[in-house]
Write a protein that binds this ligand. Structure first.
Ligand code: ADP
Ligand code: MG
Length: 546
């Protein structure tokens, strides 16, 4: 029976996908075009926008997967503007809603928002607007929490539905429905009742999170299995991707960034991402010390101050903003020419989004990721409690360790797309200058590290990654060094890369402990250590020359 049902769903989604949504023969096509120009002042639609709007206006349920900045919001805003009733937009963050309301009010579109902090009068206006045929209220933004908690709102919605005033639901950041998503929100579960409570009212789920597993989960949760799924490509052909080894000497690292800003990116605008607030303050001060005009942006600054930094950057007074990831929401600067990651991101997803703030105008822009193994451990203690936090972090570590593959093709696999070298057009470091593939068996080194770990265990000592590598290089505490283990002849970065490879392949693993003030990470043998103990077990990785 289940099989029959699955087959029917498959058939449905297939025929939906086959239908030509990309035409202007629908009854609303003329008015859609007119409002696009008159209200939104936009002259051309971007890929998939027309398809999405046509299907949505045809009352189909849709999941739209499109990279951030691709223009998802217009897909429900424009249909709302040309309709008489109400569109409910579910959005997880008040800051996101505020951005959108600000934009819509400038275009003279009547939109309001409901959340736990909404003023009483606003709530009243919205509740009345929902059931008033004469109201010109078009969009109501609401948090899932508010929906789940407010019976008053739900009963007004029901009334609006009976009056045929409820046109459509849009659910932004719809991956929050799924446990597999990176930011699962329990309140999104409540949205599972929409389909039963409001039969026939179409749902449009929007997200920049692509994995099929998550999409299937979301469909189930929302009870829209077999719905139309539209996917835009995530390839950003104008972005040049580059990974550089981050020098362990802090001043040298700063100098490298100074050099980039003064030469390659001279007169150009960009963002430099750091992990912590402290680092962003420090780097700002260091760069200013070299005469550069940069500002700093993070969550601990007053809103007023942040706005000032932002506008100095927009107007070009600042060449770059040194920021934590708090700097992201609502950035709408088309000519960002470079994004430098001073430290790796938490996941490929984050990296893609952050670096993707470059080159929105379609012109060539550069994304440089500075990588050091030790930075991974700073992040791992922050993310390991997430279900898939560590897994995601190791994926970006693997991206950094990769010595030969096209960066673009590596990013593509993350989004379950396949891009080949020809999609890259030499727009990444590896395609531009192809590297000689050099394979190396790191099995022997693995066994050396195990000896150091065993020795430490005997002395009832735990090894932080730093101590492990120190001991290997015959540095640090004497008790942790092992006489029989040869000191590597290659530079420390290579040693770090070897440890990185062993971690991502399960030969080593991190071991987390809580102390009174922080979480510590130690290194121990990984699940595959049984294999590696045999002297003839080979662990082949691609390595740089050494
Ligand atoms: P997303 O939600 O996919 O991240 P947004 O909906 O916030 O993206 O849109 C990003 C920016 O692109 C906004 O400034 C929006 O006004 C603009 N935009 C959307 N569609 C178009 C279009 N067809 N032409 C020009 N600009 C557009
Ligand atoms: Mg959006």
């Amino acid at each position: 029976k289940q099989k029959l049902k699955d087959n029917a769903l498959l058939k449905k989604s297939y025929s939906l996908a086959k239908k030509n949504w990309n035409t202007e023969n629908f009854s609303w096509s003329t008015s859609l075009k007119r409002s696009l120009i008159d209200v939104f002042k936009i002259d051309r639609l971007r890929p998939l926008q027309l398809q999405t709007m046509n299907a949505f206006l045809s009352n189909e349920d849709i999941i739209l997967v499109m990279p951030t900045g691709g223009g998802k919001s217009l897909c429900y805003q424009l249909p709302a503007v040309i309709s008489k009733g109400i569109t409910i937009v579910v959005s997880p963050l008040v800051a996101l809603m505020e951005d959108q309301l600000y934009g819509l009010h400038r275009l003279k579109v009547n939109a309001m928002m409901l959340n736990s902090k909404a003023p009483k009068e606003d709530v009243k206006t919205i509740m009345m607007g929902l059931i008033d045929n004469k109201s010109d209220l078009r969009l109501v933004y609401v948090t899932p929490e508010y929906m789940a908690k407010s019976n008053r709102f739900m009963s007004k919605l029901q009334k609006a539905f009976e009056m045929k005033r409820l046109d459509r639901f849009a659910i932004d950041e719809v991956h929050c429905c799924s446990q597999w998503g990176h930011d699962f929100r329990p309140d999104y579960k409540f949205l599972g009742i929409l389909k039963t409570m409001f039969p026939g009212i179409p749902i449009l789920g929007l997200t920049a999170t692509a994995p099929a597993k998550i999409i299937v989960d979301v469909q189930k949760m929302l009870d829209i299995q077999g719905c139309l799924v539209l996917r835009a490509s995530f390839n950003r052909p104008n972005l040049f991707y580059e990974v550089r080894r981050k020098l362990s000497d802090k001043d040298k690292c700063t100098e490298m960034i100074v050099n980039l800003l003064k030469n390659r990116f001279s007169g150009k605008s960009g963002i430099i991402y750091t992990t912590t607030i402290k680092e962003s303050e420090q780097l700002k001060a260091d760069l200013r010390g070299h005469g550069l005009k940069v500002g700093c942006y993070h969550a601990m600054l007053e809103a007023e101050h942040r706005t000032k930094v932002y506008s100095k950057w927009i107007t070009g007074e600042y060449q770059a903003v040194v920021a934590t990831i708090a700097f992201g929401l609502g950035i709408d600067k088309p000519d960002v020419r470079f994004v430098i990651h001073h430290c790796i991101s938490k996941s490929m997803e984050n990296f893609y989004q952050e670096s993707g703030r470059a080159g929105r105008d379609g012109k060539k822009s550069t994304c440089i990721l500075l990588y050091r193994l030790m930075d991974v451990f700073k992040l791992s203690t922050m993310v390991f409690q997430d279900k898939v936090g560590l897994q995601n972090l190791y994926k970006i570590l693997a991206y950094c360790l990769d010595r030969t593959s096209c960066r673009r093709s590596l990013i593509a696999t993350h989004f379950e797309e396949t891009w080949t070298k020809s999609d890259c057009k030499e727009m990444c470091d590896h395609c531009l200058k192809s590297q000689q593939k050099k394979e190396l068996d790191i099995g022997p080194y693995c066994r050396h590290l195990y000896q150091i770990i065993a020795n430490a265990a005997q002395g009832e000592q735990k090894l932080t990654p730093l101590k492990l590598i120190d001991a290997w290089y015959n540095k640090g505490a004497a008790a942790l060094r092992v006489a029989g283990v040869p000191t590597p002849k290659f530079p420390r970065e290579i040693g770090e890369a070897i440890v990185g490879h062993l971690l991502i392949n399960g030969y080593l693993q991190e071991d987390f402990h809580f102390s009174a003030y922080s979480t510590l990470t130690y290194v121990k043998k990984g699940p595959k250590s049984g294999l590696a103990l045999a002297n003839d077990h080979k662990i082949i990785v691609e390595m740089m020359d050494h």
